[in-house]
Ligand binder design. Structure first.
Ligand SMILES: Cc1cc2nc3c(=O)[nH]c(=O)nc-3n(C[C@H](O)[C@H](O)[C@H](O)COP(=O)(O)OP(=O)(O)OC[C@H]3O[C@@H](n4cnc5c(N)ncnc54)[C@H](O)[C@@H]3O)c2cc1C
Length: 398
């Protein structure tokens, strides 16, 4: 039996599928046009326990581990959702973990504190003010690392936070921030020394803080149901109690939490590939050319076989690496390889699936068209394919 095929995980898969069928599919096209998913969807997903998967019950989560989160992500896409939906509805998956881990450091590691080390006086308060309401679906959070000057070079962050009594004064800007328009708070990476020094700290900044403005809604190739924002901070006063962990521990915290984010993106990639294989198979059975269904031709069957093989191989590898991460193994190189393997499989499959659909594949009416557009971000977000290769090369001792 596969590690993800336990009776509990089958149940989780069925719950997710029912959620997508009932709450998502009738509305997804409207949300794609509107450029965001409604807040009510967060509350519905929370009530079902889906929003809290992978977070401990002690902070308002539903329990479960990284593999359970992967099951939910996989099924959200395989049952007709999309990676854009995952990005919009599960932004808390990147906005909250640093807070949970830091509070865990304070309580002796029971909340996963091994990830960040030293706690800050505000960490327990952050759980009550941000983590619980977000997992209950009543608040939305975002994570802001990337800046207009660059995203790959995290240590080069130029947004500064200068201590002034019991506040920090934040100046700078962020861009491409997922859920930045809807977010009530933003977990923000700031530099607590001279700009570009790599001395990073994470602050939770409230949307209604004076001097914090959310800029224009960025229009994108894909992920249309996921709002993406530019953020600006001009002399924004942030209480010290909104600091996550100790000052200057932000870089380490960001790096440590890249593993689940990258595996989520890898999951979105292979699940998109699996969904597109299914769509292409259905199409090739139904579509007749020259008096025969497409699937009646060996060249088409072999193409589908190769697509299926790539998707399944990527899935197995991502699951294996995720199990090792869940067990606490330091597998940074393997995480990077899993992301690149899954993204490569996805890129190949979405392209081939669209081609097999012919002209219809190019139309907005075709689900495969959405996956083709949505997939392009997966090799960019959470660390690009090139940055993954840098990590892999380092792991090889190069
Ligand atoms: C839809 C969307 C949603 C996003 N959501 C978020 C979010 O919620 N929060 C957030 O903080 N960020 C978010 N991002 C930003 C994303 O993480 C960055 O775009 C990504 O990390 C790349 O950074 P960059 O765009 O600045 O590219 P750059 O860092 O400027 O890189 C440009 C190109 O150069 C390559 N490159 C860079 N350095 C090297 C090198 N050393 N060697 C070889 N090649 C190199 C890169 O691989 C890339 O191809 C989002 C982006 C998008 C498009």
């Amino acid at each position: 039996m596969s590690i993800v095929d336990t009776p509990e995980r089958r149940q989780l898969r069925e719950l997710t599928r029912a959620f997508v069928t009932r709450e998502v599919l009738p509305h997804l096209d409207d949300w794609e046009r509107a450029g965001e998913v409604p807040r009510a969807l967060h509350a519905t997903a929370a009530k079902l326990g889906l929003l809290g998967i992978g977070f401990p019950e002690s902070v308002g989560g539903s329990g479960g581990d990284l593999l359970d989160s992967i099951i939910v992500t996989e099924e959200l896409i395989r049952s007709g959702g999309s990676s854009g939906l995952v990005a919009a509805l599960f932004t808390h998956g990147i906005a909250l973990p640093h807070m949970v881990a830091a509070a865990g450091a304070r309580t002796g590691g029971s909340l996963g504190g091994r990830l960040t080390g030293v706690a800050s006086p505000g960490d327990d308060g952050l759980i009550e003010r941000y983590v619980r309401p977000t997992l209950a679906g009543t608040m939305i959070g975002a994570l802001a690392i990337t800046e207009p000057d660059g995203g790959s070079d995290v240590a080069g962050i130029r947004t500064t936070a200068v201590r002034d009594g019991d506040h920090y004064v934040v100046n700078g800007s962020k861009t491409y921030i997922t859920s930045g328009h809807r977010a009530d708070f933003v977990t923000t990476a700031v530099c607590t020394d001279f700009p570009g020094s790599g001395a990073l700290t994470l602050l939770v900044i409230d949307k209604d803080s004076p001097g914090f403005t959310v800029g224009r809604r960025l229009e994108k190739l894909g992920w249309h149901c996921s709002d993406t924002a530019e953020l600006s901070f001009v002399d924004v006063r942030v209480p010290v109690t909104n600091r996550i962990g100790a000052e200057n521990t932000g870089f380490l915290a960001i790096m440590q939490h890249f593993a689940p984010e990258r595996l989520s993106l890898a999951t979105q990639a292979y699940a998109t590939a699996q969904r597109c294989v299914e769509l292409a198979m259905r199409w090739c059975r139904d579509r007749e050319t020259f008096g025969r269904p497409l699937v009646g031709r060996q060249v088409v069957r072999h193409r589908l076989a190769e697509m299926h093989t790539r998707a399944e191989a990527a899935r197995s590898y991502v699951h294996e690496v995720a199990a090792r991460v869940a067990a606490g193994e330091p597998v940074v190189t393997e995480v990077a390889m899993a992301k690149n393997v899954a993204v490569a499989a996805c890129d190949h499959v979405v392209d081939q699936a669209l081609q097999l659909h012919g002209g219809f594949g190019y139309l907005r009416d075709a689900e495969v068209e959405r996956h083709y557009r949505d997939a392009r971000i997966l090799g960019i977000g959470g660390g690009t394919t090139e940055i993954m290769n840098e990590i892999i090369a380092k792991g090889m001792g190069l």
